[in-house]
Structure formats: C-alpha cells, structure tokens
Design a binder for this molecule. Sequence first.
Ligand code: UFG
Length: 339
Amino acid sequence: MKILITGGCGFIGSHTCVELQNAGFDVVIADNLSNSTDKVIDRIEKITGKRPEFIKADLSDALECNKVFDTFGGITGIINFAASKAVGESMEKPIMYYKNNLGILLNVLENMQKHGIKYFVQSSSCTVYGEPDKLPIKESSPVKDATSPYGHTKQIAEQMLGFITSSSDIRAVALRYFNPIGAHPTALIGELPNGVPNNLLPFITQTAAGIRKELKVFGNDYPTADGTCIRDYIHVVDLAKAHVVAMNRMIENKNKKALEFFNIGTGHGYSVLEIINSFERSTGEKLNWSFAPRRAGDIIQIWADTEFAEKELGWKALEDIDSMTSSAWKWQQMLGENK
Ligand code: UFG
C-alpha cells in the first residue's frame, strides 16, 4: 500500500517515512522544501534500503496539489505534515499561516474526495489544550482559545476534519503531539532548524556544539519544583511509529469514529533543568547556560494522559529522556561533520 506524506522531508515527516517503509508501506513524499532539503530522500534510502518517491510541490497551490494526485495513483492514505510551525512567526504573519496550513489541508482533502482516498492522519498539537486546568491532560479536556495563529490553525484543522469526515467517506485521526525531540539512532535524519532555534533541544545541541554562546533558560520562578517550565518530551521515533499505528487502525477498520483524537506523549513531565541534566548526563558534555526572564506565552506545565492512546491504539512511547537527548546530540555532531 502506498501512503502520501506531505512535508515528508521535515523532522517528523522524515522519521515517519522510515517507520512506514519499515512496516512495509510504499511512500510518496510531496514537499516544497521550504524548511527542509531533498538530501533527506537519500538518507531515508540509506536507512531503509528503499527510496521513497518524491515530488517537489507547494500543496497550498491548488494546481500544484492537483498535479501531485494526478501523478501518483494508487494512494491508500495521507499523512499531513506540510505546515508552517513557528509560534512566534505566526504572530507576525497570521495570514501566511492561515493560507498555508489551512489551504494545504483543503486542497489535499478535496483531492482525497476526488480520487476516493479514505484515510487521513493529521499532525495536530497539544497546543490545542492551552494552559491545562488539570494534569495529566486527557483527550476529553477542553480545547481552549488559541493564543497564536499557529495554534488556531491546528484547532481549525481538527474542526474542519470533524465536518468533512461526517459528510464523506474520509476517515481521520488527529495526533496531538506533545514536544517531539531526538533523532533517528543512525543520526542520518533529525531536526534542521532554520536560523536561530526557537525550541529547547536544538538550542541545547547548538550551544554544546559552539554555534550558540549560551542557552537562556526562560524563567526560574514558575510554580514548579525547580521553578522552570515542564513539558512532555517524546522521542521522534516513537512519535513516527504512532502514525503507522494510526494509519493501520483505519485501514483495518478498527477506528470507532470518523474522526479520532489521540494524545501522543510519554505521560512524563520534565522541567527545563531536568532536560539540561539529561543532556549533560547522556552525552558527557557540559552545557553553558543561565537563567533569563520568562518567555511570553509559555505554558507553565503540561503532560499527557496516555491511557487512551495505549488502550485504543495499542501504542506506547518506549524511549527514555536520555535516549532523546543523546540522539539529538549525535545528530548535531553528524551535522557538524557534514558542513
Ligand atoms: N526554552 C528555554 N530556552 C530556549 C528555548 C526553550 O528555556 O532557548 C524552554 C521554554 O521556555 C519551554 C521549554 O523550554 O519551557 C520548551 O520550549 P520549546 O520552544 O522547545 O517548546 P514549546 O513547548 O514552547 O513549544 C512546543 C512546540 C510548538 C507548540 C507548543 C505548544 O514546539 O510547536 O509546544 O505549547 F505550539
């Protein structure tokens, strides 16, 4: 069976291609390479021994999107990673975020209907929950008002899928990711941030590699045990595997609703200082860091209730925090060698 992966050259997309191919699927990647490189195709082939098909396309352009579906027949399902993903950038360029993230979704769904493709996995985010009232956070927890256009596009996408799946044959699973970090154990694929990283792990690895002078830990006065924010970090390989399980669930007709939501996290919360400790412990590197004021818009603490995903999907994250931080470092070192 053939799966179309939009944004398949990106961080989570590339790891998902590997896991899909390992599970016996054929993969077609459509990516506009706006935040990635097609070198990823060679690397996926190196890891799996199988080269994914690739088409460079901007799926927010209806004609380009139609071309992808006219070029590749026999597609069983789609996993949609193609989107802009920087919270700060979305505050500055909201129209671009709505146009890109929702335009891609509409164009892809329209083509699914036209070509009779039934199964869709959407890359969603724990950002839909906002600042939680109760932890751990369950799928049934309320979706709060979005605090950024990026988060809003994730909420609207889920709502659009609700209406579209209830009026068509399309079946969908929205995976609400917590904080994906780490890299493939081969260090052949990983996260490639554009410019100065916004996210914690790439900033840590770039600081340890000497690309950045010092990591700023945003805030030391939060109401948590050590005063820093808490997140549910998940290894990108575990996350990638959740997509394979979600796709198989629909193919095997095991889904219970036309649109289902799952939390994809580990169920454990780690503070920023615990991540720094894990990095230093797992790599033997000493990190240069200091406290800085809080970052605007940061949620204090969030971690997933994973019971529903475990019970319904039969999926559970396996990798521990040291495996996440050490694999991210291995990838950073590989990037340095390939400059
Ligand atoms: N942090 C630092 N210093 C840095 C970068 C991050 O201290 O240089 C801290 C943040 O303040 C936060 C934690 O590290 O406490 C994690 O920050 P990230 O930027 O890595 O991740 P976020 O939880 O802020 O963002 C993630 C996703 C977004 C998504 C958001 C939803 O990256 O796409 O969760 O809350 F929208």
